[in-house]
Write a protein that binds this ligand. Sequence first.
Ligand code: PLP
Length: 394
Amino acid sequence: MSTALIDYCRTEIEALKEARTFKQERVLEGPTGARVRVDGREVLMLTSNNYLGFANHPRIVEAARKALERWGNGLGSVRFICGTQELHKELERTISAFFGTEDTILYMSCWNANEGLFQPLLGEEDAILTDGLNHASIIDGIRLCKAKRYVLPHGDLAASEKALVDSQAQRRRLYMTDGVFSMEGEVGPIPELVELCAKHDTLLVVDDSHATGVLGATGRGSAEETGVHGKVAVFTSTLGKAMGSAAGGFTTGPAPLVELLRQRSRTTLFSNALPPAVTASSLEAFRMLMEDPSPVVRLRANAAHFRTRMTDAGFNIPKGVHPIVPVIVGDTAKALAMSAALFDRGVYVSGFGYPVVPQGHARLRCQISATHSTADLDEAVEAFKAVGREFGVV
Ligand SMILES: Cc1ncc(COP(=O)(O)O)c(C=O)c1O
């Protein structure tokens, strides 16, 4: 055993603790929901991606249970060898119908969808343009491909246009953006990017992980929210947030692009198929949303209520509509201490500081769900007011 390496791990862990960036897991004593049990008591959950409350919805759980009995636990295979069931094809068709796209490919996660996206499509003679605040999975996926990189200042359309002009000589070009930036709850400038990419013959890909089932009147995401549904060529997204909250991700778009990913994308070629129970529960999530988009409407109303009440209480909340509601408190130590104090008062909300967010912009990131009642949200606001006063934030 290399003691040098183990010593290195110990030193790094100490450094993380000292820098207050050591991540401590809290252990839930049951399923997730508007309220959860932790340390033997019930707390209000304000930090989950379970936007629609599907994580433990009876229909979702029943779909998973039935699939386990009908299709078994797993396939013991990647998709192309012997890991494809009718269930996978049905989910892919359903996602395509939901987005109005030609075809869809499933992955074990959206991390895998993003990681496996760029290398099959782009080579040394090509260019990738990427927003500087894009998700880590996009950053890592781009690292695996040899295309020329243009990392753009976040949300800077003038810089984007300049990069599109500068990269004209490259053979093929792809522009990648998050539909929603998850630390901010901020929706990207999708209509402007649709226009710019069309003007410069560049493929626009939007990672809608925090928008699928969340934004737009029917939950179709950032393009629907901003009035350009049908105009974004390709989406990647997750099945692990609004759409059942278990696992899985996908890329959806033009048939030839999706087929080439099936042939060449390494994160599907060399990794097992999505388990039947997860595939079936995700399918049920899409069916539920397509039958009845009212949870999206409730989610939006809940987010608006919480945003208004927190702003009225004097907290610094960036403007927006998304159920990610960042409460900016500035200092990292303060954000983490406030998170602990809120937990003591029965509200489970995460604090984020530098280097996850810029220095001086530490925050508590609240995430609202359709399953929160108005009373739940008001209870959270009252806890925030008490803790905010204690820490001199309001
Ligand atoms: C924008 C974005 N993309 C991708 C992912 C990864 O999704 P998954 O959990 O399915 O790997 C996340 C999850 O945090 C995300 O926020």
